[in-house]
Design a protein around this ligand. Structure first.
Ligand code: EPZ
Length: 433
């Protein structure tokens, strides 16, 4: 298992190219199971989670080909377009081996039921950020007429005849579900008649998937709002689509500039997807300016303490909670963070405290007393975003930080150490012997 070794203290300065969104690309790859003919996806990031999804849809009969793209003069090479074409529809099973490494495997459930009338998907267990049920996915698909049973740890779904559109409420106790909305949206695209999803997730990743389905021939209106209307069609066809920029990667680099008192130019991002993040960072004292698709970020030495609660879009995303916490460790006073999406998502607290942070957790809330400096330490990556927070802390900590188990970071950040090193960070990957 690889580690990162970071020597903190360098001010970051320069340009970083933001990759395509992991969380958009994953369900979009699954949705390709429904199209006839070749789909070409651009800006699919090269990540281990994408490799897992490719392996899964490969097993489900897709032929996948990745074109290579050359490196540009001053930026590391990002990856070329991906061609996907369904060549065999016999297999309908997402095996435990793949699902256990990546929960987003659940995204094949709706597309398989809609296109092949059958799906067997291993039930994803809990994960490092807490108990993550899939009941809302199943309930939504049941309302479209799919029948479910559990068998040997699998969800087995079947459709007699065709799925049928209906009006349904899709929200749960913690609010809307992102991948659940996408699963039902995909299935409804090929169902008979009209489906109305009330309480749908409004995240940009839902909108991106809906936009791609529309290009494929789907009839969808209202995506990006809590009420989405889908008029079912008979078939979807392969198209070309560019994945939206990764708003979480972009937010992570905004914090990287702020925490190192640096100046970064972030290329290919959409600040409209980060309004709540910009709002909180503005209050912290971080200066963010936009010019076309490029964001310029810089910060002053004094970081104001703030309060923040994670919420569904357009609120502050849970996927940037850990990174903001790393920054607030150096705030000039006491900050308060409340996690409303995944109340147990605080694995980074103990590790940040090992680096000199003063964070106290009370239920779903963390109280962060700002300190003058963080110190380098050996820490452990536990989940994707918690690990990103440790990288950020390492960039500013005094001395050396070693982060073990960085495979968690490789799941979601494309070439992170190369991108950071190119703007002045002292970071290296230490390969396992
Ligand atoms: C997506 O997960 C993202 N994953 C997560 O990013 C992200 O944290 C999350 O949305 C919230 O924004 C991908 O897109 C691959 P949810 P998802 O269903 O869709 C509860 C990362 O780090 N819920 O919107 O699985 C659930 O427990 C990852 O990149 C149910 O109760 O999340 C949570 O409290 C981690 N029943 C809330 O809803 C269900 O059936 C929102 O979860 C489904 C969800």
């Amino acid at each position: 298992m690889d580690s990162f070794r970071i020597r903190g203290g360098n001010r970051l300065k320069g340009k970083i190219e933001i990759s395509g969104s992991k969380n958009s690309a994953l369900p979009i790859l699954a949705a390709c199971l429904m199209a006839e003919g070749k789909t070409t996806l651009k800006s699919v990031p090269r990540l281990s989670d994408i490799d897992s999804m490719n392996k899964l849809i490969g097993e489900l009969g897709c032929h996948i080909y990745r074109h290579e793209s050359p490196a540009s003069a001053d930026l590391p090479a990002l990856d070329g377009p991906l061609d996907i074409e369904v060549t065999d529809e016999k297999n309908c099973e997402a095996r435990y081996d793949i699902v256990k490494t990546m929960r987003a495997s659940i995204c094949v459930l709706g597309p398989l039921l809609a296109k092949r009338g059958k799906a067997i998907v291993s039930i994803p267990g809990g994960c490092a950020i807490g108990d993550r049920p899939v009941d809302l996915h199943v309930r939504g698909l049941q309302k479209l007429g799919a029948e479910f049973r559990t068998e040997n740890g699998n969800i087995v779904g079947e459709v007699r005849g065709k799925l049928k559109g209906c009006r349904m409420y899709l929200g749960g106790a913690q609010g809307p579900t992102v991948l659940g909305t996408i699963n039902v949206l995909c299935a409804a695209a090929l169902a008979e008649g009209e489906t109305v999803l009330v309480g749908a997730a409004c995240e940009p990743e839902v909108v991106d998937c809906a936009e791609m389905l529309i290009k494929m021939g789907a009839k969808i209106k209202g995506h990006g709002t809590p009420e989405v209307r889908i008029e079912g069609v008979d078939r979807l066809v392969g198209i070309e689509h560019r994945i939206i920029p990764d708003r979480i990667e972009c937010g992570t680099f905004l914090v990287a500039a702020a925490i190192t008192n640096g100046e970064l130019e972030l290329k290919h991002c959409n600040l409209d997807h980060l309004v709540a993040v910009v709002d909180r960072l503005d209050e912290v004292g971080v200066k963010i300016e936009r010019q076309n698709g490029t964001i310029f970020v810089s910060s002053s030495r004094r970081l104001n303490p703030v309060e923040m609660t994670t919420q569904p879009f357009p609120g502050f995303p849970t996927d940037l909670q850990a990174q903001l916490m790393a920054l607030l460790c150096l705030g000039d006073g006491m900050s308060v963070i409340t996690e409303r999406i995944f109340p147990d998502r605080f694995l980074h607290v103990g590790e940040l405290n090992r680096m000199g942070g003063r964070i106290r957790k009370e239920g779903p809330t963390a109280i962060i007393q700002g300190v003058k400096e963080l110190q380098g330490a050996s820490v452990m990556a536990s989940d994707l975003r918690a690990s990103a927070a440790l990288v950020l802390a390492g960039l500013v900590a005094k001395g050396q930080t070693q982060i073990d188990r960085v495979y968690h970071i490789d799941r979601g950040y494309e070439k992170i150490e190369q991108k950071l090193a190119a703007v002045g960070a002292d970071i290296e990957r230490v390969k396992e012997k």
